[in-house]
Design a protein around this ligand. Structure first.
Ligand SMILES: [Zn+2]
Ligand SMILES: [Zn+2]
Length: 391
C-alpha cells in the first residue's frame, strides 16, 4: 500500500511541478516584500573626501558591528581615502582607518546631510542609513533607504516639485515598477540601483512638496504589470509633442503596451515646441559623412522634410537616416521635427522633448489638472496593463 502511495506521489510529481509553474507564471516575482533599497549615490563621481552630519536624529558609525563613533546633532565627520582605506575624522580627532563603515540611525525619521568636498558638490539630505566603503582609489556611498522614501525621492527628482497630486501618484507607480524590475542592475558594484538617469534620478529625500510623500504613501505598493503578469517597461519622457512613439522605434523590442497614441493634453506645455537653426552647408556635410551622397545634385526641396505624424526616418531623395541618430548627433530635443531650408539656413521646427515612449509627463500633469485620476492617466499611456499591489 505504501509503495503504491509512493508511486502515486511520484507520478503526481509532474502535475505538482506544473502547478508550481502555473503559480509562478501568474505570481512571478518579488514574493519577498521590498521594504528597502540599496542605492549607489553620487554614482558618477570619483569621491575622495566628504563630510557627513545628522539632519534628523542621531547616528551610530559602526565597523563590522562594533561602534566606532556616535554622531549627534551638529556633529560632523570627515571621510577621505588613503592607500585603499577610509580615513575617518571627527572635528578634532582621527577616529581610525577602515575598509567599510555603516552609519545607522534608529528612529523612524532619521536623515543625514552629505556634502562632497572632493569633488565639491552641494550638500544633499538622505533618509535612513548609509554604507560607506573603499573602492580602489575612491569612496562609494550606498544609501540603504526605506522603499517609500526612495520612491518619493525619485518622484521629486524625475517629476519636479510643483506638479499636481494625481500626476505624482502616476509617477510613483512608474518609479516603483522600474525599481522592482531592476533590483540586480548594479549587483556587481555592491548595490541595487544607481542615482543617475542610467537607472532613475535620485537626489535624496523629497523635501520640496508634501504632496510627493503623500502620493507615494497613498499608492501603497502598487505597480504596473502586463497581461502576462510581468512588470512593464515603465518608460516615460517629458513631452510627446502630441503623439507618443512605438517602443520598437527607439529600442529593439515592440511591446504591446508601448504603442503610439495621439494626445492633446501636452500641447500647451513648456516643452511642446522647440526650434533650432543650423547652416545648410554643415547639414549637407553631415549627410555626406553618413552615406547620403553629397555629390548628387542637391536641391533644397530634397532636404525639406515634414512630419505631421511621427516618422522613423529622415528621407532625402532615395536615401534615409534614422531620426534617432539625427537627434543624438545634433542634440535635438526630440525626433518629432520638420526641416525647412531657407537660403543658407536650415530651420528645424520641433515638437516634444525626450524619446517619446510611454507616459508624457507634461501631458499627465495636464490630465491631472483636468480631474483625471492616476489610474486613468496610466491607462491612457500604457495599453492593456493592470495596476496591482505587489509589496
Ligand atoms: Zn544605474
Ligand atoms: Zn504628450
Amino acid at each position: 500500500m505504501q509503495i503504491v502511495n509512493k508511486k502515486s506521489w511520484f507520478f503526481r510529481l509532474p502535475g505538482l511541478l506544473l502547478g508550481v509553474w502555473i503559480f509562478t507564471l501568474f505570481f512571478p516575482i518579488n514574493l519577498q516584500a521590498q521594504t528597502h533599497y540599496s542605492i549607489g549615490i553620487f554614482h558618477q563621481q570619483s569621491i575622495k573626501m566628504l563630510m557627513i552630519t545628522p539632519h534628523e536624529g542621531e547616528y551610530k558609525i559602526k565597523s563590522a558591528d562594533s561602534l566606532v563613533y556616535t554622531l549627534r546633532t551638529n556633529d560632523i565627520v570627515n571621510i577621505s581615502i588613503s592607500d585603499g582605506f577610509l580615513q575617518l575624522r571627527g572635528i578634532d580627532s582621527f577616529l581610525g582607518a577602515f575598509q567599510e563603515l555603516s552609519i545607522e540611525g534608529h528612529l523612524s525619521k532619521n536623515s543625514l546631510r552629505v556634502k562632497l568636498v572632493i569633488p565639491g558638490k552641494d550638500a544633499r539630505i538622505y533618509p535612513d542609513n548609509m554604507r560607506v566603503f573603499a573602492k580602489e582609489k575612491s569612496i562609494q556611498l550606498v544609501n540603504r533607504v526605506g522603499a517609500q522614501a526612495y520612491i518619493a525621492g525619485v518622484v521629486e527628482s524625475e517629476g519636479g516639485p510643483s506638479a499636481p497630486f494625481e500626476y505624482y501618484k502616476a509617477q510613483a507607480l512608474l518609479c516603483r515598477t522600474y525599481a522592482q524590475g531592476h533590483l540586480h542592475k548594479h549587483r556587481e558594484e555592491g548595490f541595487q540601483l544607481c542615482d543617475g538617469v542610467h537607472c532613475q534620478a535620485y537626489h535624496g529625500k523629497a523635501t520640496h512638496n508634501d504632496l510627493i510623500p503623500l502620493a507615494v504613501e497613498e499608492t501603497g505598493s502598487e505597480v504596473i504589470i502586463d497581461d502576462s503578469g510581468k512588470l512593464i517597461t515603465a518608460a516615460y519622457h517629458s513631452n510627446c509633442g502630441g503623439q507618443t512613439v512605438n517602443s520598437e522605434h527607439v529600442w529593439v523590442q515592440a511591446l504591446p503596451y508601448l504603442q503610439s497614441i495621439d494626445e492633446h493634453y501636452c500641447l500647451s506645455s513648456p516643452n511642446a515646441r522647440w526650434e533650432k537653426e543650423v547652416s545648410l552647408s554643415e547639414w549637407v556635410e553631415y549627410l555626406g559623412q553618413h552615406g547620403i551622397d553629397p555629390s548628387q545634385e542637391w536641391s533644397k526641396e530634397n532636404l525639406a522634410f515634414v512630419q505631421k505624424e511621427r516618422r522613423q526616418f529622415y528621407v532625402v531623395a532615395d536615401d534615409s537616416l534614422e531620426l534617432k541618430k539625427l537627434r543624438s548627433d545634433w542634440k535635438l530635443k526630440s525626433t518629432y521635427f520638420s526641416v525647412i531650408p531657407v537660403e543658407e539656413i536650415l530651420f528645424i521646427d520641433g515638437k516634444g522633448y525626450g524619446h517619446g515612449v510611454g507616459m508624457c509627463q507634461e501631458g499627465a500633469m495636464s490630465m491631472a489638472r483636468n480631474a483625471y485620476d492616476y489610474r486613468e492617466i496610466i491607462h491612457h499611456y500604457y495599453q492593456g496593463v493592470k495596476i496591482v499591489s505587489r509589496p
